[in-house]
Design a protein around this ligand. Structure first.
Ligand code: NAP
Length: 408
């Protein structure tokens, strides 16, 4: 009984923190869509230069009075309401009732930080304003928790995304954890079913798409019965090096090309499968990673690799499975210390030249991929096979630990 009450009180304490964090992020979101609030919040956006140095100490201090303090008071207000509701409904025993105020106490530390920064107390900014510190980004944008790399994008990539302050929960629900607006995105296998569908989806999200195709052709996409030409670049296996200059300018590279030799197991089928499905993608990935140097590139560049659920399930085509698993394993190995985000696309059967009997449609699959990427899923699983949702995360998790333990 004693333990149960403590567990419930502990859970309520954690939920009270979650509540004030959600309030913070919703307030921030509203501040971007409601002009009276933006008048206050705009101060916060006036402060920083892209290297996160402040434009003026005076504006920095003002912004804390106009934005950070009111934001924390709104959090506090809802924290108090939450605590009262818990007490009134008798959800917490008297012994542990003080725990219901955890969210409020947590919020008060933010209010005090804002006041200290507003008063210009030395080192208050360094101690309390951790997502706005200068210096080289040491980690990728946080997946569950907001870090400097994550938050930088709200200021300098897209102010209509990346609203979260501490937990990424609200951005992930709203689909604002990755902005595609204005992003330069290159897609390989562009003339194929998924390539074309992805380019269409990405174009609709405001991205500037480049088609990478292995055939000499000019590609286009169809939207509302209108043909829209796409910037097309031709490449070939073993000539990936020629793409270096293009990759410098690209934000997101989607490695999507693939081949299925089905039952063929001739020497040339083995070589072609590995060259197309694995080695060309690995070369492109390395070439692209070399272009990730600056803070901006670390925060905004990404690679998405379409490896297929053949990583963990039979595709009834051994060479397809072998080559796709090789690609998948190398991606797992490489992303243990990659300088930018690398997502995997783990897809089930959809109809295309490569798989004429696929049950899903390429446009539907592309829509799910983009929606999950905007929710910052690093492993994007779209399939009708429930086993993949269980086996793939287990395989990926254990293999990542193994690779981390036995590589430098
Ligand atoms: N369909 C499925 O059920 C399924 C399931 C899971 C994963 N996938 C993966 O999804 C990706 C897209 O496949 P899809 O189903 O859309 O098939 P698709 O319509 O056949 O598209 C594949 C594209 O890959 C490119 N390609 C083919 N041979 C190549 C070569 N030798 N060198 C360079 N590029 C080559 C071609 O595009 P260009 O001519 O424009 O270069 C081709 O159109 C593939 O990686 C595939 O393995 C498919």
């Amino acid at each position: 009984m004693f333990n149960n009450s403590l567990i419930i009180a502990g859970a309520i304490a954690l939920i009270s923190i979650l509540v004030v964090e959600i309030v913070r992020d919703i307030y921030h979101f509203l501040a971007h869509i409601w002009q009276p609030l933006y008048r206050l919040h705009g101060w916060h956006h006036r402060i920083f230069k892209p290297d996160l140095s402040v434009k003026s100490e005076e504006i920095y201090r003002q912004a804390n009075w106009y934005n950070d303090l009111p934001e924390s008071l709104v959090m506090l207000f809802f924290g108090v309401i939450f605590a009262q509701l818990i007490i009134i409904n008798g959800l917490i025993t008297e012994n542990y009732q003080w725990l219901v105020w955890t969210g409020c106490i947590y919020t008060i530390t933010y209010s005090l930080g804002a006041i200290a920064r507003g008063l210009g107390i030395p080192y208050a900014d360094a101690i309390t304003d951790v997502t706005h510190r200068q210096g080289e980004f040491q980690s990728l944008p946080g997946n569950l928790f907001v870090n400097r790399t994550y938050h930088w994008r709200h200021h300098f990539d897209d102010q209509d995304a990346y609203f979260c302050g501490t937990l990424t929960f609200v951005d992930r629900i709203m689909g604002t954890a990755l902005s595609l607006k204005g992003k330069k995105i290159a897609v390989t296998g562009a003339s194929g079913s998924l390539g074309e569908a992805l380019m269409t989806q990405l174009h609709q999200k405001g991205a500037k798409v480049t088609a990478l195709t292995s055939k000499p052709q000019e590609l286009s996409i169809m939207i509302d019965n209108q043909t829209i030409p796409v910037n097309t670049v031709t490449w070939a296996v073993d000539k990936e090096g020629e793409l270096k200059e293009l990759f410098e300018k690209i934000d997101i590279l989607i490695i999507n090309h693939g081949i299925n030799v089905h039952g063929d197991k001739s020497p040339s089928a083995i070589v072609t499968s590995y060259q197309v499905n694995a080695f060309s993608g690995i070369k492109m990935m390395e070439l692209f990673l070399e272009t990730v140097q600056t803070n901006r590139q670390k925060a905004t560049k990404e690679i998405w690799v379409n490896t297929s659920e053949a990583e963990v399930n039979p595709a009834f085509s051994p060479l397809y499975e072998l080559s796709k698993r090789t690609m998948g394993d190398i991606v797992t190995l490489r992303r243990t210390n990659a300088p930018c985000i690398i997502r995997k696309l783990i897809l089930g059967p959809f109809k295309s030249n490569l798989n004429p009997i696929g049950v899903m449609s390429a446009p539907w699959v592309a829509k799910q991929i983009v929606s999950l990427a905007q929710r910052d899923f690093r492993d994007i699983i779209v399939t009708i096979n429930p086993i993949t949702y269980i086996f793939f995360p287990i395989k990926e998790f254990t293999q990542t630990i193994y690779f981390k333990l036995f590589t430098k």
